[in-house]
Design a protein around this ligand. Structure first.
Ligand code: C6P
Length: 405
């Protein structure tokens, strides 16, 4: 019997019992989120923002209420500054295509870090290529820390945009976004924050962070797949051209001239994922009811157990900080002479799910001189029994492969 009081809220563990340690890839959904999506389709399904009849108005109201709840969740001043997208990747591409490619000039500098997920790197590579800007990468030490010198040298009066991940999906470290943003703002640069791995685990306040844009995905914080969020500062969003054009993002269209809708609708072309947004709001309410302190306590305790367990082997090497409290639920590791894919496959045979590979962070793998890693990531529904099974089995992998007796 588990001592985790939240686990029963997650139907997957009844229907597909497993040790799920891949929440950094996507979280499991509590019943309230699954039910919310069902409720939308059963009681208010119509194309929102278009119909004048009652059902469509109901769908529109539900969608816009979700926008309000999302705005308040991250401390945005107004729901107008919240754009629903498909995911973090689309949110970041929106900023690159609509902001960077229109307002960054040749000779300007874009600064990101070698630690980024490809979703917060490739859009800036494309923007730099398109605009003639120079792209620079902040380099962390092996625990994931950026020195003041690195920040001060690379962010300067040539900097037009800084894009940084809030929490690394490989090392789990929290980056000094506030410090980076203060430096960037001193030179009038715009700060883009990838919040895919922070929003599920900590209370985010975009104003306090100093983010001008902030992107995250619903599915990592127990919301549905296919709904993501972009926060953008009102004055920036207002001057940006749309990313996609088409239905429902216009004020008027003639054969000669189109006037776009005001924000946020200017950035939401086509039929939106209203059911997804509605269920995302249910996920946000669930997270708030549990509370981030509780989530943090569970994660820290479980990560500490992994550290303790792995300390029994000299062949396992954890990436990033030596302090389990600096990992935000994420433990990436390598094992001498064993490919991470083999670790994952061996654990899978016992229903233990971890991720193995480059985690869409190939430049970071190269920088850290590891081809790939295995990664266990915990969330509020994991318990000590999960960790015990995971650690025990992982400690046996080398023996199982005949590498030790
Ligand atoms: N990382 C992981 O297993 P999307 O796919 O758009 O919802 O999220 C992209 C993304 C962006 N930034 C960070 C820091 C991320 O961790 C992710 C998704 C998953 O690490 C899937 S690769």
């Amino acid at each position: 019997m588990t001592d985790n009081k939240y686990r029963a809220d997650f139907p997957i563990f009844e229907k597909h019992p497993c040790v799920y340690l891949d929440s950094a890839a996507t979280a499991q959904r509590p019943r309230v989120v699954i039910e919310a999506e069902k409720e939308f389709y059963e009681t208010m399904n119509a194309n929102p923002l278009r119909g004048l009849y009652d059902l469509s108005v109901k769908a529109t109201e539900a969608y816009e209420r979700s926008r309000e709840e999302t705005a308040s969740f991250i401390g945005a001043e107004s729901p107008d500054e919240i754009i629903f997208t498909r995911n973090t990747t689309e949110s970041l591409n929106l900023v690159a295509y609509s902001y960077a490619m229109n307002f960054i000039k040749p000779g300007d500098e874009i600064v990101t870090t070698v630690m980024e997920h490809h979703s917060n790197m490739l859009p800036w590579q494309a923007a730099a290529e398109k605009t003639g800007a120079k792209l620079l990468y902040l380099e962390p030490d092996e625990e994931g820390n950026f020195s003041d010198d690195e920040i001060v040298t690379k962010i300067n009066d040539r900097t037009a945009l800084v894009a940084v991940g809030h929490v690394s999906n490989v090392m789990g470290c929290v980056n000094p976004v506030k410090k980076i943003a203060e430096r960037a703002h001193r030179y009038g640069a715009v700060v883009v924050v990838d919040g895919a791995q922070s929003t599920p685990h900590m209370q985010v306040d975009i104003k306090q962070l100093g983010a001008d844009f902030f992107a995250f995905s619903g599915h990592k914080l127990m919301g549905p797949m296919g709904v993501g969020v972009l926060y953008g500062r009102r004055d920036l969003l207002e001057k940006m051209p749309p990313f996609l054009t088409g239905g429902e993002m216009i004020e008027s269209v003639t054969l000669k001239k189109t006037v776009y809708a005001a924000i946020p609708h200017k950035f939401e072309a086509g039929t939106v994922n209203a059911a997804g947004a509605f269920a995302l709001a249910a996920a946000i309410r669930y997270l708030k009811a549990v509370g981030f302190d509780e989530i943090r306590q569970t994660e820290d305790r479980l990560v500490e157990l992994i550290f303790e367990g792995f300390a029994k082997s000299s062949h396992i090497h954890i990436l990033g900080s030596k302090d389990p409290k600096m990992h935000n639920g994420i433990v990436s590791f390598t094992m001498d002479d064993v490919h991470p894919h083999d670790i994952s496959s061996i654990l899978d045979a016992d229903g233990i799910n971890i991720r193995a590979g480059h985690h869409c962070a190939q430049p970071l793998m190269e920088y850290l001189k590891v081809g790939s890693t295995a990664r266990a990531s915990v969330y509020l529904y994991n318990d000590e029994e999960d960790i015990q099974k995971f650690v025990e089995k992982t400690l046996k992998v080398r023996r199982w492969l005949g590498l030790e007796s």
